[in-house]
Design a protein. Structure first.
Length: 616
């Protein structure tokens, strides 16, 4: 019976021709249909699978970062246990990494050649029009671009005569358009994940927001490129198929001119630019607004409503000193943290501006200064030797239980007026008597992380200008930890740092004088703290109130390379450890990073480079 059935070849029967009896497909027709369905199923699978490969890539990078952080913690933990066992004074000269030769060698190599150095040997952090802090960041980004571009053109199965698109060119156009669109859309969760000001990955890997911001921007750029390619390819497909409308393509390309590759792209720009699907844009708008509603803002908004803010402009230093006294004692500041500041009662009050905490203190309701109660400390402390520092919540409760009013936290920010809001804040101060203005300031935060400088026996701080804001909190933290009595059973909270050296260069001596007279006064004159100030633009004598503090002031700029190399040699000779904290202009940071890399290449292994950069 089958032999008597009519066999039909491809396109032998038109759609308009009625068929009133069963027919058989010819072998060639069946093969063509089978191959069409099989190829389409494979291409649909591969488009989504290649999008998931991006998640696997970044998951692997994050896993490496977590493992490296655990190893770093384990090595420091072993060192601490050895030191505490020797009752704090006899430091084991053998580096813990030497006890694990193979792991130690890999760890040291990664630190020396990937994490510490700049992307290029020329100290320049610019590579192919993009800015990177370290070589590791550049390699990770480069790997992402290479893998993504390869996956965008790899694995297309074509054959002539496919039912949907008989021409090979049409097949490649359609597969490429679909893949770039799907992979672009798959990058959106990564954009959200890396663009958050706070996320658990920062804690898990120990990487800063600046690092995740680099990843965020490059993922967004790749998503935008893929979205543009997707739209252009569909435009070609419409033209080749003689479609009457290009509405879909025009809609997808509408945002391209507004996005480009600006360095200050926002998340909403990335979402619009990378999405090739008009029916999800309403959802993306909602998701963006929800993403921006950071829980820190909700948490702090109920506490800062009774805060008091005071802005004072120092013309000699060309710096606005902003003091924000919070209406709650629950906030516990830490070094390395920063806040986004809002001034709501201005025309652009929705704008936020990030600033690092320069210092903090505690104040009583009566505006009398109060010392924090040191945990595990039972000695009476001299106010001239211990700065006003943060305390734990339990300490605040103890103050209240003794009958005194709870201490309020006063955060101090040093703001250099340039343009926009900072310049407007300066004008507000100039319009008031004594250049002191009352300003309503809302805070969002805290963000950032505290690097454990207290683990290192020696600490060198190289800062420039208002970059001293990154150093002062760590100095305050060192003084607080130094005042804690040592408990041999736990050693909790105790610092191992024996020496801190601050090298600070600023244009005006007035800024040096002001900070030395206030925030640095408790540290100046101590045996474990040395400070050298450099005034790059000055005339006449230095203020006596700075010299009296015992710090050394010089003109010009510090020789950063010589400074770091000398400290590295001293550290190696003593069998010690050294942390180098740098915050300042990019030129200073690049020079310090290059010098640290040189010292590590020469065999100084117990050095850690920490850069605090204002890249939010």
């Amino acid at each position: 019976m089958l032999q008597n059935m009519r066999k039909v070849n491809y396109q032998e029967v038109s759609r308009a021709e009625p068929v009133d009896a069963p027919i058989l497909l010819s072998l060639s027709y069946f093969s063509r249909m089978f191959n069409t369905i099989d190829v389409w199923q494979f291409e649909s699978w591969s488009h989504h699978a290649f999008g998931y490969i991006g998640y696997a890539y970044w998951g692997g990078i994050l896993l490496i970062g977590m493992v490296f952080r655990i190893c770093d913690w384990a090595f420091h933990r072993r060192r601490e246990q050895a030191v505490w066992a020797e009752e704090l004074n006899a430091y084991a000269s053998t580096h813990p990494l030497e006890q694990l030769p193979w792991i130690g060698t890999v760890y040291s190599w990664v630190q020396t050649y990937l994490i510490t150095p700049a992307p290029l040997a020329t100290q320049d952090r610019n590579l192919l029009g993009c800015v990177y802090s370290t070589r590791a960041e550049a390699l990770v980004v480069f790997g992402f671009w290479v893998i993504t571009m390869i996956l965008s053109v790899l694995g297309y199965r074509t054959f002539p005569g496919i039912i949907y698109w008989p021409n090979i060119t049409d097949q490649i156009l359609r597969y490429s358009a679909d893949r770039t669109g799907i992979m672009s859309f798959a990058n959106i969760p990564l954009i959200w994940l890396f663009g958050g000001r706070n996320n658990i990955l920062m804690w898990a890997t120990g990487w800063s927001f600046a690092t995740f911001n680099i990843f965020h921007r490059h993922v967004a750029r790749m998503a935008t490129v893929q979205g543009v390619v997707h739209s252009l390819l569909y435009g070609v497909i419409y033209i080749r198929s003689d479609e009457d409308t290009l509405e879909g393509t025009i809609e997808d390309l509408r945002m391209v001119g507004a996005i480009g590759f600006r360095s200050d792209d926002t998340i909403v720009d990335h979402l619009f630019g990378s999405s090739a699907y008009g029916n999800v844009r309403g959802f993306l708008d909602y998701a963006y607004l929800s993403f921006r509603s950071d829980p820190h803002w909700v948490f702090l908004s109920s506490f800062v409503q009774n805060s008091q803010s005071r802005a004072v402009y120092d013309a000699g230093a060309d710096v606005v000193r902003l003091e924000v006294t919070l209406g709650t004692p629950l906030l516990q500041p830490s070094p390395g943290e920063y806040y986004f500041l809002y001034q709501p009662f201005r025309f652009a009050g929705w704008e936020s501006h990030p600033f690092t905490i320069g210092a903090w203190s505690y104040e009583m309701e009566s505006d009398a200064l109060s010392l924090p109660i040191m945990r595990d400390s039972h000695k009476s402390l001299d106010i001239t030797q211990v700065p006003l520092l943060s305390s734990r919540s339990s300490d605040t409760a103890r103050v209240s239980s003794e009958g005194a009013c709870p201490a309020k936290v006063k955060l101090i920010f040093w703001i250099r007026p340039y343009d926009g809001w900072t310049q407007q804040l300066r004008r507000q101060c100039l319009a008031c008597p004594n250049r002191e203005a009352e300003a309503t300031i809302l805070l969002e935060g805290p963000y950032g992380r505290t690097f454990p400088l207290w683990r290192y026996l020696s600490v060198l701080m190289v800062v420039g200008g208002t970059g001293v804001a990154s150093a002062v909190p760590y100095i305050q933290d060192h003084l607080r930890r130094s005042a804690i009595e040592w408990d041999a059973s736990t050693a909790e909270g105790k610092t191992r740092t024996r020496n801190i050296e601050l090298v600070w260069s600023a244009r005006q001596t007035a800024l040096l004088s002001e900070v030395a007279r206030r925030e640095l006064k408790p540290a100046l004159g101590r045996a474990d703290f040395q400070a050298t100030f450099f005034a790059t633009r000055t005339s006449g004598e230095f203020p006596n109130n700075v010299v009296d503090f015992g710090c050394e002031i010089r003109t010009g700029r510090p020789n950063i390379k010589s400074l770091i190399m000398n400290r590295a040699n001293d550290t190696s000779a003593a069998g010690s450890t050294l942390a180098i904290l740098v915050c300042g202009p990019l030129g200073m940071a690049d020079e310090a990073r290059a010098a640290t890399h040189l010292a590590m290449r020469q065999g100084h292994r117990s050095i850690k480079y920490v850069e605090e950069s204002f890249t939010w």
